[in-house]
Design a protein around this ligand. Structure first.
Ligand code: BGC
Length: 542
C-alpha cells in the first residue's frame, strides 16, 4: 500500500511541461548538418528564457547524446560517461546544464539500461571468450539442440532475438538490433555499474532520466519459449506481436529494479519516466506506478491515447478508465508523440492536432511535447538510400525526426549546410519566426495553453470529471479544485455540434482553438454550439 501522506506532496514533475529534444535535429552550430548541444544552448530562450518569455516549458528531455556508433542514433551506447563528439563534449554539456538551470528549467537525459552498443568495450570483452569475466554481463547461450537459436524469442525490430557468434560458438541475445546486445541484469556487477552511471550524471546536475525500453530489462533465466499470441494476424500485425512475451517482458524483477532506481533518483529529487509497453494481456501501468513506491517523481509513460481511434467516446472511455485506474492523488502523464512515432499532424491532421494540444494541456497529468509538435510540423521525406535501422519491412521512424523549423530561410534556419534529413516540405509557413507573429498559429495556441496551465491551480491539481455534453461527437470534462471549475469541450467532428449542457454558471473563455472565431469572452452555455473541430476552455465562475 502507498504511503498516502508522502504521496500528498507534489513533485516538480507534476507541475511541469516537458519538451523532448531529438538532439540531431534541433540546431546545428558545427556546420555538419547534425544538431548539437551548443545549438540547444543557443535556442534555450525559445523554450523558456527564465523571465516569462518563450514557449514556457519547465523541463527538457534529451534523446541520447552519449558516445555511440549511431546505428540506432544514440540508443546504442559505447561510452555511458561521455558525450558523442557529434554533439559536443562534457564541457559544453556542463554549460548546457548551467544554462538550463539559469532559466529555471530541469534537464533530463535518456538512460538506456537494457542494452549497449556491440562496440561498447564491455561487449567487446564479453565477446572475446566464454571465460572472459564480462561474459556474463550479456545474455549468452549455447545453440539449441537443432544447432539453431536457443529459443523462439523475437527481436522488437524483426527476426530472432539471437545472433550467433562464430568465434565462441554461442548466441547472444538482443531485444533490438544485433548491434544492441542486451545486458544481463541478473548479474549484480551490471546493476552496480549502471547505478553508478546514473549517480555520475545526477552528480553532474542532471534532474532525471527517461528510462528506455524498461519492460525488456530481464529475461527468463530458464530461457523458456514465449507462447504464441492467438490474436496475431500474420501480414497485418507487427511480427513481434506473434507471441505473448511472458518470458521476456515485464518480469517481476523489473518492477523491483524500478523501485530501487526510483529510490536512488528520489534522493536527488530527480525524475524517472519509464518507457513501458501497453500490455498484450491486461495492463501493467498500475504495476509500474506501484513500483515507483513513494517517489512521486517516478512515472511510467502513458501511451494510451497515442494511437486511439479518433472518436470522442473512445477518448472519453480511455481517459475515464485511466482516472479510475490511478488513485486520486497519483501523478499522471499523457504522451501524444515522440521520436518513434509519425507526427501528430500526419497521424491525425493539423486541425485535429490542435484539439490534441488543448486536450493534453488541460488533462490531469504532465504533458510531454515532442519538439516541433508545437509548430504543427509534419513528417518529412527521406534522402535516397537513407533509412533508419528498423529493417526494410517496418516503416522508417526518420520522417518524424526532420530538422526543427526555425524560420523560412534555407534549411529552415537549422543549419547552414545540407541537414542530415531534408527539412519539412512546408517549413516556410510552419516555423517559429512566422508563427510567433500569427495569433492563430500552432505556436501561439501552445503558448496560451502552457501559460494557462502554469498559472491555473485548477489545471495543475484539479480533479478530472467527465461531463455529458449532449453530443457524442463532443468530449467534455471539468477540472475541479476547491470551488473552482474549468470546463473543456472538444468537438471531434467536422460538423458543428449543438450542445446541451447542465447549468454551469457564467463561463468565461480562457482559450479557443480558433481565437478569431470566438471574439466574445462570455459564453452562454445554454445556447452553445461548437464549430467543426473546435475546442474551448472555459472558466466557470460559480
Ligand atoms: C526507443 C527507440 C530505440 C529503442 C532501442 C526505444 O524504446 O524509444 O528509439 O530504438 O528503444 O533503444
Amino acid at each position: 500500500m502507498h504511503n498516502k501522506q508522502k504521496l500528498q506532496k507534489h513533485s516538480w514533475l507534476d507541475h511541469a511541461v516537458v519538451y523532448q529534444i531529438y538532439p540531431r535535429s534541433f540546431k546545428d552550430t558545427t556546420h555538419n548538418g547534425v544538431g548539437d548541444l551548443q545549438g540547444i544552448i543557443e535556442r534555450l530562450d525559445y523554450l523558456n528564457d527564465g523571465q516569462g518569455g518563450g514557449l514556457g516549458v519547465d523541463a527538457i528531455w534529451l534523446s541520447p547524446i552519449f558516445c555511440s556508433p549511431m546505428i540506432d542514433f544514440g540508443y546504442d551506447i559505447s561510452d555511458h560517461r561521455n558525450i558523442d563528439p557529434l554533439f559536443g563534449n562534457l564541457e559544453i554539456f556542463d554549460e548546457l546544464v548551467a544554462q538550463v538551470h539559469k532559466r529555471g528549467m530541469k534537464l533530463m537525459l535518456d538512460f538506456v539500461p537494457n542494452h549497449t552498443s556491440s562496440s561498447h568495450p564491455w561487449f567487446v570483452e564479453s565477446k572475446s571468450s566464454v571465460n572472459n569475466p564480462k561474459r556474463d554481463w550479456y545474455v549468452w547461450h549455447d545453440p539449441g539442440p537443432d544447432g539453431l537459436a536457443p529459443n523462439n524469442w523475437l527481436s522488437v525490430f524483426g527476426g530472432s532475438a539471437w545472433t550467433f557468434d562464430e568465434q565462441t560458438g554461442q548466441y547472444y541475445m538482443h531485444t533490438f538490433l544485433s548491434a544492441q546486445p542486451d545486458l544481463n541484469w541478473h548479474n549484480p556487477e551490471v546493476k552496480k555499474e549502471m547505478f553508478g552511471i546514473m549517480r555520475w550524471w545526477l552528480e553532474r546536475g542532471v534532474d532525471g532520466f527517461r528510462v528506455d525500453a524498461v519492460p525488456h530489462l530481464f529475461e527468463d533465466k530458464k530461457l523458456r519459449d514465449n507462447p504464441p499470441n492467438p490474436n496475431y494476424v500474420p501480414g497485418q500485425d507487427d511480427e513481434y506481436e506473434a507471441q505473448y512475451h511472458v518470458y521476456t517482458n515485464n518480469l517481476p524483477e523489473t518492477l523491483a529494479l524500478i523501485k530501487e532506481m526510483g529510490a536512488l533518483l528520489d534522493e536527488h529529487n530527480a525524475a524517472m519516466i519509464n518507457e513501458v509497453r501497453l500490455g498484450q494481456r491486461g495492463d501493467h501501468l498500475r504495476d509500474f506506478y506501484e513500483a515507483c513506491g513513494d517517489n512521486r517523481t517516478c512515472q511510467p509513460f502513458n501511451f494510451r491515447l497515442l494511437n486511439a481511434p479518433w472518436q470522442a467516446q473512445t477518448y472519453r472511455e480511455i481517459i475515464d478508465k485511466l482516472e479510475k485506474l490511478l488513485w486520486p492523488d497519483c501523478s499522471a502523464n499523457w504522451v501524444f508523440g515522440n521520436h518513434d512515432m509519425s507526427r501528430l499532424a500526419i497521424r491525425l491532421d493539423r486541425p485535429r492536432a490542435r484539439l490534441v494540444a488543448v486536450l493534453q494541456m488541460t488533462l490531469r497529468g504532465t504533458p510531454f511535447i515532442y519538439y516541433g509538435e508545437e509548430l504543427g510540423m509534419i513528417d518529412g521525406g527521406l534522402p535516397p538510400k537513407r533509412d533508419d535501422q528498423r529493417g526494410k519491412k517496418t516503416p522508417s521512424r526518420d520522417p518524424a525526426r526532420t530538422p526543427m523549423q526555425w524560420d523560412a530561410s534555407k534549411n529552415a534556419g537549422f543549419s547552414d549546410t545540407e541537414p542530415w534529413l531534408p527539412v519539412g516540405i512546408d517549413y516556410k509557413e510552419y516555423n517559429t519566426a512566422s508563427e510567433l507573429s500569427d495569433p492563430d498559429s500552432f505556436l501561439n495556441l501552445y503558448k496560451v495553453l502552457i501559460g494557462l496551465r502554469k498559472t491555473s491551480p485548477v489545471l495543475l491539481d484539479g480533479k478530472y470529471e467527465s461531463l455529458e455534453t449532449g453530443s457524442d461527437q463532443v468530449l467534455g470534462f471539468t477540472r475541479n479544485l476547491d470551488k473552482k471549475k474549468i470546463l473543456v469541450l472538444l468537438n471531434f467532428s467536422k460538423q458543428p455540434q449543438v450542445l446541451s449542457l447542465p447549468q454551469l454558471g457564467r463561463p468565461g473563455l480562457l482559450c479557443a482553438t480558433e481565437p478569431s472565431l470566438r471574439p466574445e469572452q462570455e459564453i452562454d452555455c445554454q445556447k452553445l454550439s461548437l464549430n467543426p473541430l473546435e475546442s474551448l476552455v472555459l472558466d466557470l465562475r460559480l
